[in-house]
Design a protein around this ligand. Structure first.
Ligand SMILES: [Zn+2]
Length: 208
């Protein structure tokens, strides 16, 4: 039984001033949830009648088999069905997937988890202490790619380039193995060349 403090507690009503259409059908309800999730950035998963029908058809090897309303209601009231969502939530929590969004979003430092408040284009998703170049100089993030080069244990690292879909997906991979977008790759190679030049005392080290 969820407590009042449980942010995931489910209510049975809707907010004041909001009314569900009395003739709302299940398919439209799904679309409504999709629209609300897209609007507010929710990540969610729903298992519904269609999933039960799919399972039935797979078990029976009959692609035309279907559930009656009464059968679907019985399936939805089983203990196993009730355990689906808590189990999924447990997996997300167990893998700390939501925690992983913080460094990806530039809200926490990629290396030390220190809180960041400036945008990724400024921080490169690293705090001031971690954002240092090979000579200890401040490293500057690329405001276009939001990427950042830095040296860690002798390996040139590149953090969080913006992928084609705008989702940063690389966690400080060595540039030799990171599958970066073309612009970021070119810049990373330039930076790596600069790293080699750094062996020359006159070199200026890495600059994005
Ligand atoms: Zn840090």
């Amino acid at each position: 039984m969820p407590s009042a403090a449980d942010p995931h507690a489910r209510g049975s009503g809707v907010p004041d001033g909001v009314a569900l259409p009395p003739d709302l059908v299940e398919a439209d309800a799904r679309l409504l949830v999709d629209a609300l999730a897209a609007r507010f950035g929710w990540a969610y998963a729903i298992w519904d009648r269609a999933d039960a029908v799919t399972a039935l058809r797979e078990q029976q090897l009959d692609e035309d088999d279907d559930l009656s309303d009464a059968e679907w209601t019985r399936a939805a009231r089983t203990p196993t069905w009730a355990a689906l969502a808590p189990l999924a939530r447990h997996v997300v929590q167990d893998r700390d997937l939501i925690g992983d969004t913080l460094p990806e979003a530039g809200i926490a430092c990629w290396l030390c988890s220190r809180r960041l408040t400036a945008p990724p284009g400024t921080t490169g998703r690293l705090c001031d202490r971690c954002r240092i170049g090979p000579q200890g100089q401040p490293a500057v993030a690329d405001p276009v790619t939001e990427g950042l080069y830095w040296l860690s244990h002798g390996i040139l690292m590149y953090a969080a380039p913006r992928a084609q879909d705008n989702a940063p997906s690389h966690k400080g991979l060595p540039v030799d193995v990171a599958d970066l977008d073309p612009l970021a790759t070119a810049r990373a190679r330039e930076a790596q060349a600069a790293l080699h030049a750094f062996a020359d005392p006159s070199g200026e080290g890495i600059r994005p």
